[in-house]
Write a new protein. Structure first.
Length: 418
């Protein structure tokens, strides 16, 4: 998720009313192309964990495709190994990707949304409340002194605001185990107020694992990969993503720490890109967009590669140009529609290599449930509130490639999947 970049203040706990207002506006930003958010003067980085694309009869997602594959380092951590990996579970229809880590003494499982677009790790704390006063933080695993004897509270305030709303609490420390590697007294955040989105029982993750660069974020919390590297548990501060697709029905999703997993990508296809984002993000120069072999004239563009964003979001002009090149596309009421059975081949080019997106990844829900073969909402949408040359490239693209970030070199690698 790419947090809002304008208003970083959050209502403290006393100013609950103001908080509610903010929450309402942020939720407006859920809908791709929604207007209210812009008018409010509040950021509209349209979203991210998009449960509600203006769909009144939308079934709430509550299915989880559990990745059962046996992987590295689960039971016998061997720190001489280069790679230590976690399975990635799929939230609903590829809306998000979840990894399970252990926190506390005794260690308990926490399911976290894997987010290369933010930097903080947080889990809900004992006493956590919904920011709108509607109740507790739902059916999620909580952390606190009752559950963990190694839990330590710093009392320091913490807050981050995502497209789907703010989360606030305190900075704490506890033992954290990732793919069998244990960090003693890792510093992270404990959420005590969450926007409604995160408290829902149907939200299948407890908290968020931010894997962006930590420079430029407010609280200077070390990311998991920084701590693992600093503690000598991984040799290189690299995180690699094999983002899976629910429709494939395979357990091939993986989040690897320490390197790239040679079993998951074609070695000859790797392109390595300089991170051009000055702070915060994994951002690469995007050479071009190619549709059915034709290169669109969009000029100099960059892409924030964000596993925590479901869709692909771009400047309005680019998004319009792109859809216009898709046969049968249509724009209506702020949204783009494409034929559900489009066979269009759309590629994003990085480092001189075009990476195609499977046509089925481009479509979201059918417009008309009674005619699911007709028009579908596009999974490429307009973004507001950021410069006209920046894209946020989420899972719609990332599940078509192998994606890796290297903190030490400040580089991003992309490769074709094996
Ligand atoms: C959420 O789950 C908890 C525990 O299972 C349950 O007590 C609570 O009523 C649920 N909340 C809603 C709104 O369904
Ligand atoms: C609460 O969470 C547990 C474990 O994730 C799940 O099995 C159960 O169905 C959930 N209950 C509700 C009411 O969502």
């Amino acid at each position: 998720m790419v947090p809002s970049n304008r208003d970083q203040r959050w209502p403290n706990y006393e100013k609950r009313k103001a908080g509610l207002l903010v929450l309402l506006f942020t939720h407006a930003a859920y809908a791709i192309g929604a207007t209210g958010a812009e008018a409010s003067g509040f950021i509209a980085i349209p979203l991210v964990k998009t449960y509600n694309l203006k769909e009144p009869d939308f079934d709430p997602p509550n299915s989880l495709f559990v990745n059962g594959g046996a992987l590295y380092g689960e039971s016998q951590p061997d720190t001489s190994k280069l790679l230590h990996a976690l399975n990635l579970d799929i939230e609903w229809d590829d809306y998000g990707y979840l990894a399970t880590i252990q926190i506390g003494t005794p260690p308990r499982d926490f399911k976290l949304l894997v987010d290369s677009g933010s930097a903080d790790l947080w889990v809900p704390g004992e006493g956590c409340q919904a920011g709108d006063g509607s109740g507790d933080c739902g059916n999620h695993t909580l952390l606190g002194p009752t559950f963990s004897s190694s839990f330590r509270h710093s009392g320091e305030f913490w807050m981050v605001k995502y497209g789907s709303g703010p989360v606030a609490g305190h900075i704490v420390s506890d033992h954290v185990t990732v793919a069998g590697l244990t960090l003693k007294s890792h510093r992270f955040a404990l959420a005590l107020r969450e926007s409604k989105h995160y408290t829902l029982n149907r939200t299948l993750y407890d908290g968020i694992m931010g894997l962006a660069r930590t420079v430029g974020w407010n609280h200077n919390l070390p990311s998991l990969v920084e701590s693992l590297h600093g503690a000598g548990l991984i040799k290189r501060p690299i995180v690699s993503y094999r983002i899976p697709r629910a429709a494939d029905g395979r357990s091939d999703g993986e989040l690897a720490f320490g390197g790239m997993n040679p079993a998951k990508y074609k070695a000859a296809s790797v392109v390595t890109l300089k991170n051009i984002g000055p702070i915060r993000f994994w951002e690469a120069r995007m050479d071009s967009i190619v549709i059915n072999g034709i290169t669109l004239r969009i000029g100099r563009r960059s892409a924030i590669l964000d596993s925590g964003t479901t869709f692909i979001l771009g400047p309005r002009k680019d998004v319009a140009l792109l859809h216009t090149a898709i046969p049968g596309s249509r724009f209506s009421d702020g949204l783009w529609y494409i034929p559900c059975h489009t066979e269009v081949v759309l590629s994003l080019s990085f480092g001189g290599r075009a990476f195609p997106i499977q046509p089925r990844d481009l479509r979201a829900t059918p417009l008309n449930k009674d005619d699911p073969n007709a028009e579908c909402k596009s999974r490429i949408g307009e973004m507001r509130g950021r410069g006209g040359s920046q894209w946020i490239v989420g899972d719609v693209f990332l599940k078509n490639v192998y994606f890796s970030t290297n903190l030490e070199k400040n580089e991003i690698s992309l490769a074709e999947l094996a």
